[in-house]
Design a protein around this ligand. Structure first.
Ligand code: NAD
Length: 500
C-alpha cells in the first residue's frame, strides 16, 4: 500500500475524508440528545473541520446504561481472555490498516506534525492495544499461602463500567493507554476525548465493532469537560474513572467521586520535569539534542516535557549554544507537510496561555535566548517559535507552572545537592533525567528525585513494558505495563474451609 509522501498528497487525503462527528453509543453513531454540537477547528489555519456532538448528562445516562447492560450480559466481561485477545488483536490490526486516515485526523485536529502522527501516535496506539491483547491470557490469579485445611483464592474481576477521560496532546495514544488494559480486563468502557481533539476516538469506535467488540462495550462521548466529563465523574453507575489531564481537573475528579459513589479514580496529571545535566555528561551534543527534543517535540505539549533544564554552571554556555542551534532546526511549519518537525499549538486558548507565560518570564527577569514570539501569523494558525529562557530562578512562575508549550526554563547549579533540591522543589513529580558518566552520582541523584520516571543519559525513552505516571500532584495512576491492569480490576478473596 502506498502512503501519502508530500504536503499535496496529504491535503488530497484530508479532502477525501468523511469525518465522523456523532457520538458512538451502544454500537451506533448518534447525535447528542440535546441536538447540540460544537465546532472542531484546525489549529494550523483556524478553519472549521466539522461539527461534533456536544454530549451532556442525558447522553452520559444512555451510554452508562448501555455499558452496564453489556457488562451484565457477560458477552465481553465473561468472554475467555484468549478470545478477547483475538478480538483486540483484530482491533489493533484495523487501526494499522487505517493508519493514514487516523494520522491525518489527528494532525488536522490538534496540529501535530504528520511525521509524528504516522510514526508515533497511531502505530503506538495499535501497538498498545496489541500488547494488552497479548498479555491478558497470561495473567494468572493467586492462591494464598493459607493453612492446610483452607484454600484462599485471590481472583481479579473486571471493575465494571470504566470512564476514560483523556486530553488532546496525544489524543489516540493516551486513549489507548487506558482503553486497552480496561477492555482487555473485560470492562465496558466509555471514552470521553477532549473537546479539542475528538476525531480519532470517534473513528475507532466503528473499528472496535468491526473487530468484534460487542455493542455497548465501547462507547465514545465527545463533549466538554464541564458537562460530559463531569457527568461521567459524578455518575453513580460508573465504577471507575481513569483520567489523564491537568492537575486542577484531576483534583475536581477526586471531589466528584467523593460526592457520588466513591468510584475508583486514577489520575495521570501534569508535570514540570527537571532535566539535570552535569558537567561530566557523557556526550554534550547528544544531551543538547535530547534536551531540545524533550521540550520542543509535540510543540512542547507534553506532560513529560523537559521543561526545566538544570545545567551545571561550568558547561552552561556550551550547552545553551548547542540548544539554540537545535531550536533553529525545530521551526514550526504546516503540520501536514512530512518535513515539518514542529506543528501548531492546539488552539487559541492554549496559544494565549503560552504567550502569557513567555511575557511573565520576561517580566520576572529571565533572559530570552531565542524565540519568544508567534510564528507563521499569515497562516491564521497558532504557531509559537521554540523559546529558550536563561537565568531562570527555580521560584519563578515559568519554573514552577506547567506551560504546555515550546518554552524552556534554564536554571544553573553548582553541586549535585543543589540540582537535587531544585529538581524536587516543585509540586509535580512526573519525570526527571540525569546526565552524567559517574554511575554513583547518577544513581544517588535518581534515587533522590521524587518522580515516577527517571531517565539516565537519555530523555523520554521507554516502551510499553514500564509503567508511566507521577508522584505528588502529577497523579496517582500508572499507565502502561502489566501494572496498568490493576487499575481496572477488583481483587476478590474467596476463602474455602476444607474442614467440613
Ligand atoms: P484538562 O484537564 O483541561 O482536560 C482533560 C480532559 O478532562 C478533557 O477531556 C476535558 O474535557 C476533561 N475535563 C475538563 N474539565 C472537566 C471536569 N470538570 N470534569 C470532568 N472532566 C473534565 O487537560 P488538557 O488541557 O486536555 O491536557 C493537558 C494536561 O494533561 C496537562 O496538564 C498534561 O500534563 C496532562 N497530561 C498528563 C499525562 C500523563 O500521563 N501524566 C499525559 C498527557 C497529558
Amino acid at each position: 500500500m502506498s502512503h501519502p509522501a508530500s504536503l499535496a498528497e496529504w491535503k488530497g487525503l484530508v479532502d477525501g475524508l468523511s469525518i465522523r462527528g456523532q457520538a458512538f453509543v451502544n454500537g451506533h453513531y448518534v447525535d447528542a440528545a440535546s441536538g447540540e454540537t460544537f465546532e472542531c477547528v484546525n489549529p494550523a489555519d483556524n478553519s472549521l473541520i466539522t461539527s461534533v456532538a456536544a454530549t451532556d448528562s442525558e447522553d452520559v445516562d444512555r451510554a452508562v446504561a448501555a455499558a452496564r447492560k453489556a457488562f451484565d450480559s457477560g458477552a465481553w466481561s465473561r468472554m475467555a481472555p484468549a478470545e478477547r485477545k483475538g478480538v483486540l488483536y483484530h482491533f489493533a490490526d484495523l487501526i494499522r490498516t487505517h493508519q493514514d486516515e487516523l494520522a491525518a485526523l489527528e494532525t488536522i485536529d490538534m496540529g501535530k506534525p504528520i511525521a509524528d502522527s504516522t510514526t508515533i501516535d497511531i502505530p503506538g496506539a495499535a501497538r498498545c492495544i496489541a500488547w494488552y491483547a497479548e498479555a491478558i491470557d497470561k495473567v494468572y490469579d493467586e492462591v494464598a499461602p493459607t493453612s492446610h485445611d483452607t484454600i484462599g483464592l485471590i481472583t481479579r474481576e473486571p471493575v465494571g463500567v470504566v470512564a476514560c477521560v483523556v486530553p488532546w496532546n496525544f489524543p489516540l495514544l493516551m486513549a489507548a493507554w487506558k482503553i486497552a488494559p480496561a477492555l482487555a480486563s473485560g470492562n465496558s468502557v466509555i471514552l470521553k476525548p477532549s473537546e479539542k481533539s475528538p476525531l480519532t476516538a470517534l473513528r475507532i469506535a466503528e473499528l472496535a465493532v468491526e473487530a468484534g467488540i460487542p455493542e455497548g462495550v465501547f462507547n465514545v462521548l465527545p463533549g466538554f469537560g464541564q458537562t460530559a466529563g463531569k457527568a461521567l465523574a459524578l455518575h453513580d453507575d460508573v465504577d471507575c474513572i481513569a483520567f489523564t489531564g491537568s492537575t486542577a481537573v484531576g483534583k475536581m475528579i477526586l471531589g466528584y467521586s467523593g460526592q457520588s459513589n466513591m468510584k475508583r479514580v486514577w489520575l495521570e496529571c501534569g508535570g514540570k520535569s527537571p532535566n539535570i545535566v552535569f558537567a561530566d555528561c557523557p556526550d554534550l551534543d547528544a544531551a543538547a539534542q535530547a534536551a531540545g527534543f524533550g521540550i520542543f517535540f509535540n510543540q512542547g505539549e507534553m506532560c513529560s516535557a523537559a521543561s526545566r533544564l538544570l545545567v551545571e554552571n561550568s558547561v552552561r554556555e556550551a550547552f545553551l549554544e548547542r540548544l539554540v542551534t537545535f531550536a533553529g532546526t525545530m521551526q514550526p511549519g504546516n503540520p501536514l507537510d512530512p518535513d515539518t518537525r514542529m506543528g501548531a499549538i492546539v488552539d487559541q486558548v492554549q496559544f494565549d496561555t503560552v504567550m502569557g507565560y513567555i511575557e511573565k518570564g520576561r517580566e520576572e527577569g529571565a533572559t530570552l535566548r531565542v524565540g519568544g514570539g508567534r510564528a507563521l501569523e499569515e497562516t491564521n494558525g497558532w504557531y509559537v517559535a521554540p523559546t529558550i529562557f536563561d537565568d531562570v530562578r527555580n521560584d519563578m512562575t515559568i519554573a514552577q507552572q506547567e506551560i504546555f508549550g515550546p518554552v524552556l526554563s534554564t536554571i544553573a547549579f553548582d553541586s549535585a545537592e543543589e540540582a537535587l533540591a531544585y529538581g524536587n522543589d516543585v509540586r509535580y513529580g512526573l519525570a526527571a533525567a540525569v546526565w552524567t558518566r559517574d554511575i554513583n552520582k547518577a544513581h544517588r541523584v535518581a534515587k533522590g528525585l521524587r518522580a515516577g520516571t527517571v531517565w539516565i543519559n537519555c530523555y523520554d525513552a521507554g516502551d510499553l513494558t514500564v509503567p508511566f505516571g507521577g508522584f505528588k500532584e502529577s497523579g496517582n495512576g500508572r499507565d502502561k505495563s502489566l501494572h496498568a491492569l490493576d487499575k481496572y480490576v477488583e481483587l476478590k478473596t474467596t476463602w474455602i474451609d476444607l474442614g467440613a
